[in-house]
Every structure is written in structure tokens, then in C-alpha cells.
Design a protein around this ligand. Structure first.
Ligand code: MLT
Length: 409
């Protein structure tokens, strides 16, 4: 019998979204007539942009002909996609990221987890609370934390509270931390970090030789012109930050799978004996050893998001989801709830009525309105008393769900 990774036994609960799915399945089995509307997991509902479909069809045809067939591609991604990303997502915003600092992958969730492969075991790690659970759970699995306490918080992690009082953007840590996970626009709160706030974090990281793991998977939802889309829009960030980006929420690729991570060549880490090491080199080594690249067909689809037609069509998708978010915000506010986020993000973070616990309110809405949200407590103890509504849905479903929620509050 093999020994297991006992760190898994420290995980205080099942992964949030399968647990929600389990409760919904159980409810649906008992109430087959109920028309359940899912506003829990942030999964896109609208079809891929025609420009992507056209590019993927063309790529499929290429794969069917000997002259244009391709086998293994470059592990880091094809140059055509890396160059399109560098030009459109970075150069166009005045951020100097070169194509060879971009690593194409099958998802930001995987990259956020995999990045721990190249980091040591002595780091003090900070996460926000509430937080996208993947950041925490993967640290637990890698053995970088102690056990969970009664609140479900793991020993050794530094929790930075994001509350209504601080606009859901936490204060800087008061002591040295080596690795900091930041997510803007934020999952789950929908809060965004302003330029001055990001400058403060970059200054902290540079002063303390910390590494920021910046999750910008929702950057395409930023409507406020003054809010940076990338941490590299801040001077000095290339020396202290890794950025995760995805086509999932931007172009509807949750099922198609394509994302990328930027590891700047200027980034350094150190060995326990104090030797300086280039993180780009380590990530290249990891990526080329453990990954064989995203399929050619999918990368052609992702590239198509940067054509004129692709830009227009993906913008329309984002506008659709943002208009849903506006409906959620407005409906729940009129119904008397306190709603945050949803203007630069596809998530609305909603205070539960009468101080209800998150999971109780989740059960109430599922049982009475047949609407699924995500309990805030699933994102950390500071999420207790909140639920998250995802704007990823059809317009008709959002309107119907909001009507039902208002009636059943
Ligand atoms: C969410 O609902 O928080 C997202 O689906 C998470 C993810 O993208 O993995």
C-alpha cells in the first residue's frame, strides 16, 4: 500500500464548487419539477465568438492535411499567440511584456496551483480573505501550511481581511510576507484595485523582496478607464510579480481551455544559501517538463480574439455579462440588499438579509427561489454573511432569477 500525501487530510472541506453541485443535485432529485437557475459557479453560457469558431475550423482542416498537420507544439505556446498577447494585452497598455515571457497553458486555475512547484517551502504566504479557494487549497496540498483551526484557517498562512470597511481591498501586511496572492477584479467580491493601491502593493513587494501572484483572469470586465488591467502597468512590477490571465471569462473558453501566465525575465528568487535564481528559467524548466502545450486548434481560436472581428465579438460577450451584472445589482438593491461589485467584474457580492449565515441563505434561495448562488463562507471566514451571484447566464435566466429572489427574500 503506498503512503499518501497527508497534506490532503488537512483540507477542511471539499472543494467549494463540487459541494454546491452536490447540494443542487440532491435538491433537483427531490424536486424534479423545479426549474433551477444556476448563478453559483462562474461558468460562461454564451457560445464562442464566430471569429474563434472560424479560426478553429480552419485549424481543424489544417490538421487533416499532411502538408499542414502539426504534432507537438512548443510547450510554452505558439509564437503567433504569444506575440498577439504581448502586442494586444501588454504593449497596447504601455506594459513591457515580451512574447517569450508569456507561457500559454490550459487554465489559470492550474497555473495558480502549479506555480508552487518553483517556490520553496520556507515562504510566508499571504492570501486575502475572502479568497479564491484554489490559492489556499493548493498551498495546503503542497504542505506549506499547518492544520486548519475551528474557523477553517490554516496555520502559517497570513490572512488579509477584505471587508466592506476597506472596500474589499486589504491593507498591506504588517510583517514580512514572501508571497502574496492578489486578484483584481476580485473573485469573489468583484472589487478592483486602483492604480494607487496597486502601486502601494508593488512598492511593498519591492521593499520586502516579496513575490506578488497577480490573478487578472477578469481584467476584461474593467469598465473604469483609470483601473489598470495588468500589474505590469505599474513601474517595477516586472521585478516582483507573476500575472495569470485566461481566455475563459474573456472569450468564453471555460470548456475550450486556454490561458497564459507571465513570468518576467527580471524576476528573481533565492536559495536557502542566498544564491539568486532566475524564476523565468525555473518556470520554463517546469513547463517544458510537465506540460505539452495547448492544442494548436485552440491556440488558433485564442489568437482570433485579437482580430478586429474577434475583439468586437468578445467585447459584445463581456457587455452581455456586464449587463446581467447590472440587472443583478439593481434588482437586489431594490429588494433591499446591500450589493458590492458587479460594475468592473462579473460577480456581485451581496450581504445576506437579517444577518443570515451564507450557507443558510444559499439553502433558502435554492429551496424557495430555486436559484443557486455561492455562499460567501466558502471563500473564507470574512465571506460569512455574504453570497456571490455570478452574472454568467442568459438574460432571460437572470431576469427570472432576480424576480424569484426578490419574491422569496
Ligand atoms: C468561480 O466560480 O469562482 C470560477 O468558476 C472559478 C474558476 O474560474 O475556476
Amino acid at each position: 500500500m503506498p503512503y499518501i500525501n497527508e497534506n490532503y487530510l488537512k483540507l477542511s472541506a471539499g472543494y467549494l464548487f463540487p459541494e454546491i453541485a452536490r447540494r443542487v443535485r440532491e435538491f433537483a432529485a427531490k424536486n424534479p419539477e423545479a426549474k433551477v437557475i444556476r448563478m453559483g459557479i462562474g461558468d460562461v453560457t454564451e457560445p464562442l465568438a464566430p471569429a474563434c469558431i472560424e479560426a478553429m475550423h480552419k485549424a481543424v482542416d489544417e490538421m487533416g492535411r499532411r502538408e499542414t498537420f502539426r504534432g507537438y507544439g512548443p510547450e510554452q505556446g505558439y509564437d503567433f499567440l504569444r506575440e498577439a498577447i504581448a502586442k494586444n494585452d501588454y504593449a497596447a497598455r504601455g506594459a513591457g511584456v515580451s512574447a517569450d515571457e508569456i507561457f500559454v497553458s490550459d487554465g489559470s486555475k492550474c497555473d495558480c496551483a502549479n506555480i508552487l512547484d518553483i517556490l520553496g517551502h520556507r515562504n510566508v504566504i499571504a492570501v486575502t480573505d475572502p479568497v479564491y479557494p484554489v490559492y489556499v487549497d493548493t498551498n495546503v496540498m503542497a504542505g506549506l501550511t499547518g492544520p486548519a483551526d475551528a474557523r477553517g484557517e490554516y496555520g502559517g498562512l497570513v490572512y488579509l481581511r477584505a471587508t466592506a470597511e476597506n472596500g474589499f481591498v486589504p491593507e498591506l501586511p504588517t510583517a514580512q510576507v514572501d508571497v502574496i496572492y492578489l486578484c483584481s477584479p476580485n473573485n469573489p467580491t468583484g472589487a478592483t484595485m486602483t492604480r494607487p493601491q496597486l502601486e502601494k502593493w508593488v512598492a511593498y513587494a519591492r521593499k520586502h523582496n516579496s513575490l506578488i501572484l497577480f490573478d487578472a483572469a477578469y481584467e476584461a470586465y474593467i469598465t473604469d478607464q483609470s483601473i489598470p488591467h495588468s500589474i505590469y502597468e505599474i513601474d517595477g512590477a516586472a521585478e516582483c510579480a507573476i500575472e495569470f490571465r485566461s481566455f475563459s471569462k474573456t472569450a468564453g473558453f471555460t470548456g475550450t481551455r486556454c490561458a497564459y501566465t507571465v513570468v518576467p525575465k527580471a524576476l528573481r528568487g533565492k536559495t536557502v544559501t542566498g544564491e539568486t535564481v532566475d524564476l523565468h528559467r525555473l518556470w520554463t524548466r517546469r513547463h517544458t517538463t510537465k506540460f505539452n502545450g495547448v492544442s494548436y486548434i485552440v491556440q488558433r481560436g485564442a489568437e482570433a480574439t485579437y482580430t478586429d472581428a474577434g475583439k468586437q465579438q468578445t467585447k459584445a460577450l463581456i457587455e452581455h455579462y456586464l449587463a446581467n451584472a447590472a440587472i443583478i445589482r439593481q434588482s437586489l438593491t431594490i429588494a433591499g440588499l446591500k450589493v458590492f461589485g458587479g460594475t468592473n467584474a462579473p460577480y456581485c457580492w451581496v450581504q445576506t438579509p437579517r444577518g443570515a449565515k451564507s450557507w443558510d441563505f444559499f439553502d433558502h434561495l435554492l429551496g424557495n427561489a430555486h436559484v443557486v448562488c455561492t455562499p460567501g463562507a466558502g471563500f473564507g471566514s470574512a465571506g460569512e454573511g455574504y453570497v456571490r451571484f455570478s452574472a454568467f447566464n442568459s438574460r432571460a435566466n437572470v431576469i427570472e432569477a432576480m424576480k424569484r429572489v426578490a419574491e422569496k427574500l
